[in-house]
Design a protein around this ligand. Structure first.
Ligand SMILES: Nc1ncnc2c1ncn2[C@@H]1O[C@H](COP(=O)(O)OP(=O)(O)O)[C@@H](O)[C@H]1O
Ligand SMILES: [Mg+2]
Length: 337
């Protein structure tokens, strides 16, 4: 049986651009799918097709058990959407906006009011509740938009880059809300450019690039694909690089990489913490003094680079952007993990 969100062979072209080039998705009920990809990958187009806002050139989709192309109106009644296309009325206050959405969804005036208050508090908007939305900062509007999408809890939710532009504290709060929502049984498709967000929230991840799903799996599966664990050692003196290399070579599952200037040696391994303890004992027995040693697992960042050739970098724009895949960058900077 197909999942709560199911798509097969979605194709959408805009002139020469194949925004979607045969996208297949299957999201089991009550789970979170993270659609991860750089700018222009096709994330928003996927969401627009699945939420009935855009007709694909070919392919089919079923959401909440309803055919998206045949019965768009019924699909709309079963889904919630937050993102660039969700509307907030500028001239209404935050509170009025949320109450209005509640009433659109047929809550009683009393329930709509209570729900609005709850959401205003949860999204840190209580102090600004009675100001028109047009006076809100970018981050506040983003939060109001998300709150509006959560007034009622539909069985299937779509969030298009929900935390773009949020500061770390608000991002954290939103993650908590999302986890609660999903704990209550909601199926969620979430798009993101933030590797850490997909890692944190998604049960399964689809990496998209140029309109195609180029990899899928759990975060752990994707990381394992990228090459498992490595031991990293920084020796105290350059003279110790050679004996350290010999020790690491005897445990490694591949070549020992050496960075002379930082006195760092890296080798792929299997065996985890137990093996790490043995390596430390052997290095000690050989008289190698260690400045630093650790077991490093690949991050989603590594996965992304190995899959797409695009690096991820720390981007200073907006408030608290963590790590963002960027086309055409070869070097990898450390992400704030
Ligand atoms: N309405 C449109 N008209 C023309 N090109 C579009 C339109 N919407 C999206 N595209 C193009 O389709 C590709 C995918 O866009 P989009 O789905 O918005 O990517 P993402 O959300 O992953 O950044 C991009 O190359 C984008 O420029
Ligand atoms: Mg987009």
């Amino acid at each position: 049986m197909p999942g709560a969100i199911y798509a097969e062979g979605l194709v959408k072209t805009f002139g020469d651009v194949r925004a979607l080039d045969g996208v297949d998705l299957d999201v089991p009920e009550g789970t979170v799918l993270g659609l991860l990809g750089p700018n222009g990958a096709g994330k928003t187009t996927t969401v627009r097709v699945l939420t009935t806002l855009l007709q694909p050139d070919s392919g089919s989709a079923v959401v909440a058990g309803i055919d998206v192309l045949k019965h768009p109106n019924e699909v709309r009644r079963s889904i919630g959407l937050s993102g660039q296309f969700a509307a907030v009325d500028e001239y209404l206050t935050g509170r009025e906006n949320l109450q209005m959405v509640g009433q659109l969804y047929q809550l009683s005036a009393r329930d709509a009011k209570a729900r609005a208050l709850q959401l205003l508090e949860r999204f840190n908007l209580a102090d600004a509740a009675d100001r028109p939305a047009k006076t809100y900062s970018g981050g506040m509007r983003r939060r109001l938009d998300l709150a509006a999408a959560l007034v009622v809890s539909p069985p299937v939710m779509f969030m298009d880059e929900p935390t773009t532009g949020l500061d770390p504290r608000n991002r954290q709060q939103l993650w908590e809300v999302i986890q609660e929502l999903v704990g209550g049984g909601t199926t969620l498709l979430l798009t993101t450019q933030y590797l850490e967000e997909a890692d944190h929230l998604a049960d399964d991840i689809c990496v998209v690039d140029h309109g195609k799903v180029i990899a899928r799996g759990t975060s752990d599966q994707l990381k394992a694909r990228t090459g498992g664990e490595r031991v990293e050692v920084v020796v105290h003196e350059r003279e110790q690089i050679d004996p350290a290399r010999e020790v690491l070579a005897s445990y490694g599952k591949g070549d020992v990489a050496i960075a002379e200037h930082t006195r760092k040696l890296t080798v792929p391994v299997t065996g985890g913490a137990k093996l790490l303890a043995e390596v430390i004992r052997d290095l000690d027995a050989r008289g190698v003094e260690i400045d630093d040693i650790g077991l490093r697992r690949p991050t989603l960042d590594d996965v992304f680079i190995s899959l797409t050739g695009h690096a991820a970098e720390v981007v200073g724009e907006g408030e608290g952007v963590i790590a963002k895949p960027v086309h055409g960058r070869k070097s990898r900077k450390e992400t704030a993990e």
